[in-house]
Design a protein around this ligand. Structure first.
Ligand code: 1GP
Length: 246
């Protein structure tokens, strides 16, 4: 749990890219190998791994495969207490602060605390905020919580502030996997002076989406579905990364 290396890295620059791998959907090793190759070629900053309905076996075998075959830092984005592994570089220690379900505020944490506490793994206290993306997301369904409407900027801002006051080091805004609408850039913009890194995910499907969110001040942009559907989207990502490093 020890260093703050990944947290510092999240904060050091805007417009970093994370590819989200849901082990339930990505169990085929040929596909994973191709994904790794193209992600490395594109210059992707992180792999996030996790999912709302993943089993422990699926999770562990995907983590192991990624660790063995790639140098890209591996961050756990857990859907539940069973999705933990010391083989990853960091764990987003999520509290679903947009919701009022105690299981996702403290319950899963207590279940896994004994194991996580002694792990040689960077644990990053994360305020996880679901923002309405126009579709009922798996995470909203599984957590039985209601996302915050995306035009209620002051509620989102106050939720983030409350999280930071409680000690969260990172804010993750998620419109949910497969969202019709990603988190609006103006919402991100309102949160940038809170001085913690901001991660945004859900429904990000184009170069323009990435570029808008980056300009608004997002530190890490998470892309799942679009890459699952079309690995060649990593070519657009490479173009974005090259431009943003100029
Ligand atoms: C990660 O839920 C997102 O925060 C992933 O969303 O699958 O729509 O990219 P997509």
């Amino acid at each position: 749990m020890k260093s703050h290396e990944i947290l510092n890295h999240f904060g050091h620059r805007k417009g970093q890219i994370a590819v989200l791998i849901d082990p339930e959907k990505c169990s085929d090793s040929a596909h994973l190998s191709e994904l790794i190759k193209k992600s490395e070629f594109a210059g992707v900053d992180y792999f996030f791994v996790g999912g709302s309905t993943v089993t422990r076996e699926e999770f562990l075998s995907t983590v192991r495969f990624l660790k063995e075959h790639s140098k890209i830092p591996l961050i756990i984005f857990p859907g539940g207490a069973h999705q933990i592994s010391e083989e990853a570089h960091a764990l987003l220690y999520l509290s679903l602060i947009s919701g009022r379900n105690p299981d996702y505020l403290i319950g899963h944490h207590v279940t896994s605390a004994n194991e996580v506490y002694d792990m040689e793994l960077e644990v990053i206290p994360t305020g996880y905020i679901l923002v309405d993306g126009g579709t009922k997301s798996s995470v909203a369904y599984v957590s039985q919580t209601t996302p915050i409407p995306n035009d209620k900027v002051s509620i989102i801002l106050n939720t983030a502030k409350a999280g930071i006051l409680q000690g969260k080091k990172l804010i993750y805004l998620d419109a949910g996997s497969g969202a019709e609408q990603h988190v609006p850039a103006k919402v991100v913009n309102e949160l940038t002076n809170l001085n913690v890194p901001i991660i945004v995910g859900g429904g990000i499907r184009s170069y323009e989406h990435i570029s808008d969110l980056s300009e608004a001040g997002t530190n890490v942009i998470v892309i799942g579905n679009k890459i699952e559907e079309d690995l060649d989207f990593l070519i657009d990502i490479k173009a974005f990364i090259q431009r943003s490093h100029m």
